[in-house]
Design a protein around this ligand. Structure first.
Ligand SMILES: Cc1cc2nc3c(=O)[nH]c(=O)nc-3n(C[C@H](O)[C@H](O)[C@H](O)COP(=O)(O)OP(=O)(O)OC[C@H]3O[C@@H](n4cnc5c(N)ncnc54)[C@H](O)[C@@H]3O)c2cc1C
Length: 609
């Protein structure tokens, strides 16, 4: 792996922090009084932090990555991370970056998430497993801060922020993966107001950590997403005889093919002590706040893994000679390298936009908390925050979907550039490909992301059917973007293809549900669509999501190119691809191929008879 400063030696990452991000908007929302008045200087200090972190991550953590992967973790007994992983985490804690975006009063640094996000990308480039462990300092802390009592915050957050302890967040169960509503772990209230947890959690990253946030059923007899609650669960609790005892069992850490250095634990709870975060019934809403943040983080992680593959392939292709020239001079290899580079730059544009939108929402929220109910600024800030929330909601499944799927594709291309050496364990590219495989699975699979994006698209159309008349009309951001020349032509063409697919799907849906119901729906009537009505639209979800992700990235890169002309070749390259993706997916959607739906019918019939 290249040993270099992963921040200062990465011009595309630096470009955002030095040129693109509007610090005048962001700094006042996060910095304290004096620093807030000097956005450029404050942003400079934050860049310095990235420079120091980039040096450590790019020279030391990257050097230990192969050992972290090879040593993994024990799978039974005393589950703990390997010595090189422990060294990585100790180094990060000493540098003070565990709680970069946590508030200062709880031991964090109070920086915007986008700074933390750059550390996530750099860590994922060096070692995806270390990045996963890193995330489980701030993730549980954020949930405790958001929903915990003062006592819970003071007890746990400073220890997580300093890196003294690590935590976990547990939703998944053996029978409840994508189907969170199937959670059966139960929580029972005690006379003293504490709770007892019974059940099992599966695939819990860093589940051997000292404190966790756990989703359980707190209302007996409740079903689905109702009646859930979040609980704070310490690993150890006081014991009259021994002083301290284990509160639950860490049964095992799974043997995986990816992120081997991060223990993925099966946990068993039997009347385990817990404290509630919030109230019974709030759990689903609470956990979605975690999932939305985590999904952006996985998109950022994907960028790091893809960037690692890109750099490895670039270096190898420059020095490996075949047929008397470096292989990068063979057009088919050059095309792979350019494809990888375009993908990584596109993904970075998308995650940056999402991270900044997230920071603006969070910052405006903090501002609103400081304002009185009658402050004249309140309505304007509330409206701005609402608009940004909608924007973020639109982007989040796209960052996760595009990042995860494309990181795997890029990692595979990286392996291909290495030829036979790519599958040899001495080279890092096989690890990048293995590690990339987790990205479309955790924090909501790719299929779940695409269903979310598609259902939101449908809701926007049902709310405002006239939006179908405008290309990209469901999204003010896509519909209002205008570009000149070749970029404009490509963008408009891609957007028109997408809109043609959506209109076709709506007409097809109208045919399925019948004219009366379709008219009722389009008038915003009381009729509700169910998944049966929507079967073909939902079957098209991944194709629609691919188009949406490409359109948004093309839009963002074209906006950059308008301000910084040196970005134009990249923007045009990406838009050409967006145009192809939209045309191809539209053609596939309009073909109306229902084979999968018919297969389901046959399986049903076969099972019933
Ligand atoms: C290494 C690792 C770390 C993890 N860390 C954590 C953690 O820290 N905390 C935690 O709570 N969980 C964690 N998970 C669990 C992870 O979030 C789940 O594995 C994931 O949500 C998928 O659930 P599942 O594995 O049960 O698959 P399933 O839900 O059974 O899905 C199987 C397949 O069916 C598809 N599918 C399911 N439902 C639908 C649908 N309605 N429409 C279309 N397709 C569908 C899925 O996309 C997938 O392709 C981790 C998992 C792994 C492997």
């Amino acid at each position: 792996m290249r040993s270099e400063n992963y921040f200062s030696a990465n011009p595309d990452l630096r470009f955002y922090f030095e040129t693109v991000i509007d610090w005048d908007r962001l700094v006042p929302l996060y910095a304290e009084a004096d620093d807030a008045a000097q956005p450029a200087a404050t942003a400079g200090t934050w860049r310095d932090v990235l420079d120091v972190a980039g040096d450590y991550v790019g020279r030391q953590i990257s050097a230990r990555a192969a050992d972290v992967d090879r040593l993994g973790t024990p799978h039974r007994g005393n589950i703990k991370v390997s010595p090189p992983m422990a060294e990585n985490l100790r180094g990060l804690a000493e540098m003070g970056v565990m709680g970069l975006a946590l508030p200062r009063e709880y031991g964090g640094e109070g920086m915007p998430f986008v700074v933390n996000a750059a550390v996530i990308e750099m860590l994922a480039r060096a070692d995806a497993a270390t990045m996963v462990q890193y995330a489980f300092y701030s993730s549980p802390a954020t949930m405790i801060l958001r929903f915990g009592s003062d006592a819970q915050k003071h007890r746990w957050v400073p220890r997580l922020a300093s890196g003294e302890i690590i935590g976990w967040v547990a939703m998944t169960e053996p029978e409840a993966g994508s189907d969170v509503g199937n959670v059966s772990t139960s929580a029972t209230r005690q006379a003293d107001g504490t709770w007892r947890i019974t059940g099992r959690k599966q695939f819990i990253s860093s589940g051997n950590g000292q404190v966790g946030v756990l989703l359980a059923r707190a209302v007996p007899g409740s079903r689905g997403l109702d009646g859930l609650a979040l609980f704070l669960v310490p690993r150890c609790i006081p014991d009259a005889e021994t002083g301290e005892r284990e509160n639950f069992e860490v049964e095992r850490a799974e043997e995986k093919v990816c992120i081997n250095g991060s223990p993925t634990c099966a946990l068993a709870f039997a009347d385990s002590y817990a404290e509630i975060l919030g109230s019974p019934g709030d759990g689903w809403h609470q956990i979605t706040t975690f999932m939305n943040e985590a999904r952006i983080a996985v998109g950022i992680q994907a960028c790091g893994v893809a960037h690692a593959s890109l750099v490895a392939a670039q270096d190898y292709a420059a020095q490996r000679v075949q047929m008397k020239k470096p292989i990068r001079e063979h057009p088919l290899v050059a095309e792979m390298l350019l494809d990888m580079e375009t993908t990584v730059a596109g993904l970075r544009a998308l995650w940056m936009e999402s991270a900044v939108a997230y920071d603006l929402v969070r910052g405006l929220d903090l501002r609103l908390r400081d304002l009185s109910e009658v402050d004249p600024e309140r309505p304007t800030i509330t409206a701005r925050k609402r608009r940004l929330e909608l924007y973020l909601r639109e982007l989040t499944p796209l960052v996760k979907y595009f990042g995860a799927e494309e990181a795997i594709r890029v990692a595979r291309l990286g392996m291909q550039v290495f030829g036979g050496y790519g599958v040899i364990k001495d080279y890092d590219v096989e690890r990048f490909l293995r590690d990339s495989l987790i990205l479309p699975i955790y924090e909501g699979t790719s299929q779940i992301q695409s269903l979310m994006a598609t259902k939101d698209l449908l809701k926007a159309i049902v709310r405002n059917p006239r939006s179908l008349l405008i290309p990209g009309g469901h999204s003010p951001w896509l519909a209002s973007a205008r570009f000149d020349g070749e970029m404009g032509r490509l963008y408009r063409g891609a957007l028109r293809s997408f809109s043609a697919a959506v209109s076709w799907l709506m007409v097809d849906l109208g045919r399925q549900v019948g004219p009366r119901r379709a008219a009722q729906l389009m008038r915003g009537g009381s009729a509700e669509l169910d998944d049966n009505d929507l079967a073909y639209v939902l079957l098209s979800a991944e194709r629609l999501t691919q188009m949406l992700a490409h359109l948004h990235i093309g839009r963002l890169l074209a906006q950059q190119a308008q301000r910084w002309p040196e970005r134009r070749p990249l923007a045009e390259r990406f838009l050409r691809r967006a145009s192809d993706v939209c045309r191809l997916n539209t053609r596939r959607i309009m073909r109306g191929d229902r084979d999968a739906l018919e297969a389901i019918q046959q399986w049903h019939t076969a099972t019933a008879s």
